[in-house]
Design a protein around this ligand. Structure first.
Ligand SMILES: Nc1ncnc2c1ncn2[C@@H]1O[C@H](COP(=O)(O)OP(=O)(O)O)[C@@H](O)[C@H]1O
Ligand SMILES: [Mg+2]
Length: 260
């Protein structure tokens, strides 16, 4: 099954917050090495979708699979039918560690240098030795172009540099998938490009990525497919040449004309 299963498969995903029905039947398939860009207005459920893929939130209905493996539950077969049992938190943590996530805000530890920030979870979560974690951190900070900033504290770094540290921190955990939730939205305009360049390199290296962004240029250049979400559903999806440059649905047309 895992030979042919897509890297990420979301089926009929529903999420309620109390009475608020935020995801209303979302289906999403991302193959290994693909970059999927998610567009949509504020409040349409984009962050919630990423958080459900990464198990920061539990779906109210539907399912998420990573390479065919059901996220959050174990399937037990009894006679003709299958029952779902919630997985032990340790198993969920193991599943989550396959997925890297980068947020709008960088959430670096202010009292740690860039190097220490990239080492921390490797030691605490992956159980790596300090030497091993340091070697990997040096490598990943080099990959995001920060070899000369490793001993700087977050307050000594620009927003773009801090976000690149956050990307290095996620990559150091050896994720199979990277989720980005508006990674450049908190940055001054002149710092957006350096972060997008790192993401472009990562895409070119074959990483599977789901990226929520309003950066239409990035979507055009990098996305294998683009989704437009509104009010908890995927209104339209396809290549950028369709969804961005020739949208069929009026809601997509309105949105695109506002962000362009
Ligand atoms: N933890 C939460 N509790 C209650 N409501 C939430 C929670 N997270 C998100 N929401 C609501 O869900 C809707 C979608 O939010 P979100 O997924 O953040 O949208 P987007 O990322 O597209 O802006 C919004 O109305 C938001 O207020
Ligand atoms: Mg959001």
């Amino acid at each position: 099954m895992t030979d042919t299963a897509p890297m990420v498969s979301v089926r009929e995903a529903h999420k309620m917050f109390g009475d608020l029905h935020v995801l209303r039947g979302v289906d999403l398939t991302v193959s290994a090495g693909e970059v999927c860009v998610v567009l949509g207005p504020s409040g349409s459920g984009k962050s919630t979708l990423l958080r459900c893929i990464n198990e920061l939130e539990v779906l109210t209905g539907g399912q998420v699979r990573i390479e065919g493996e059901l996220i959050g539950y174990e399937e037990r077969h009894h006679g003709g039918h299958t029952r779902l049992h919630r997985l032990h938190p340790k198993r969920i943590a193991a599943q989550r560690s396959r997925i890297g996530m980068v947020f709008q805000r960088f959430h670096l530890f202010p009292h740690m240098t860039a190097l220490e920030n990239v080492m921390e979870a490797q030691v605490q979560v992956r159980g790596r030795s300090k030497a091993e974690a340091k070697a990997r951190a040096v490598e990943m900070l080099g990959r995001v172009g920060l070899s000369d900033r490793m001993d700087h504290y977050p307050a000594q770094l620009s927003g773009g540099q801090q976000q690149r540290v956050a990307i290095a921190r996620a990559l150091a955990m050896d994720p199979e998938i990277m989720l980005f939730d508006e990674p450049t939205s908190a940055l001054d305009p002149e710092l957006v490009g350096e972060v997008l360049a790192v993401m472009k390199d990562l895409a070119a290296s074959g990483m599977t990525m789901v990226v929520v962004t309003h950066e239409i240029g990035f979507a055009r250049e990098v996305a294998d497919h683009v989704l437009f979400m509104d009010e908890g559903v995927i209104v339209e999806e396809g290549p950028a040449s369709q969804v961005i440059d020739a949208p069929q649905e009026s809601r997509t047309q309105d949105f695109i004309s506002h962000v362009l």
